[in-house]
Design a protein. Structure first.
Length: 255
């Protein structure tokens, strides 16, 4: 198909031949982010937004799925984790089975992680247990809008099923297992159901982001489609079209 051909032609040469679940792919993606100015600016903006939501007071701040990112440069004292050992990680841990005591955390940070969790209720239960009152879950995740439906359905390699009735999906590997629509399903389509099941995690903020910037950056899997100096111009375009965001900042407050 045309979309498959386009992805192959634009695939980043560093990771084109590697399996997505291979830890080496994560290591190379870290290199890709820091060497693509446009993409690096996107991650810097995301991490700045997440850092601005981290509550003060007692407790630890932990990031799950840290592998290719650099959130620790923005959030002081952040504990970085991945499901497998990787350079720069302080802990090998799953967000669905947290190795922390009850009430030990003030912040849980994730970037593009929740939609890879095949049993997301385990994550919510663990977040409820490990966060102290007033602690927060802060995430950047894919979001479903009329525009993003077109992109995720036709151009993205990860599974996208906004019509799925269940929040769970088959688990194959930490990155190959996914439903891009999961965050939207839980916090928008099924928001009443979520609050009924997890009343101690209040949905505090949903802010759609970036209808175009991540797309034209090429992300971590494709070559950049725009030079870094155009970032400001594309930010202006995104601001005008924010309601059609491909991503969202999601904040949950532990009450």
């Amino acid at each position: 198909m045309a979309a498959d051909l386009l992805r192959r032609l634009l695939a980043h040469p560093l990771t084109a031949s590697l399996a997505v679940d291979d830890p080496a792919t994560t290591e190379l993606r870290k290199q890709i982010i820091v060497t693509k100015p446009f993409l690096k600016a996107i991650y810097d903006e995301w991490y700045g937004m997440l850092a601005g939501e981290v509550p003060g007071g007692p407790g630890l701040a932990v990031e799950f799925g840290s592998g290719a990112g650099h959130a620790g440069e923005f959030i002081g004292g952040l504990i970085t984790t991945e499901t497998f050992w990787a350079a720069g990680m302080q802990l090998a841990s799953s967000a669905q089975a947290m190795p922390f005591k009850d009430g030990a955390l003030r912040a849980i940070v994730m970037t593009n992680v929740m939609h890879h969790l095949p049993r997301v209720r385990l994550f919510f239960a663990e977040a409820t247990r490990c966060l102290r009152r007033g602690g927060k879950v802060m995430m950047i995740e894919p979001w479903v809008t009329p525009w993003s439906r077109v992109i995720y359905k036709r151009l993205h390699e990860e599974p996208f099923d906004p019509e799925a009735r269940e929040w769970e999906f088959a688990g194959r590997g930490p990155l190959s297992s996914a439903n891009i629509a999961l965050p939207w399903m839980v916090f928008s389509r099924d928001a009443e159901k979520f609050q009924g099941e997890f009343p101690e995690l209040k949905i505090e903020r949903i802010q759609p982001l970036m209808p175009f910037r991540y797309l034209v950056s090429g992300g971590v899997g494709m070559r950049s489609l725009m030079p870094g100096f155009t970032y400001g111009a594309w930010r202006a375009v995104d601001e005008m079209m924010r309601g059609q965001g491909m991503f969202a900042l999601l904040v949950l407050n532990r009450v």
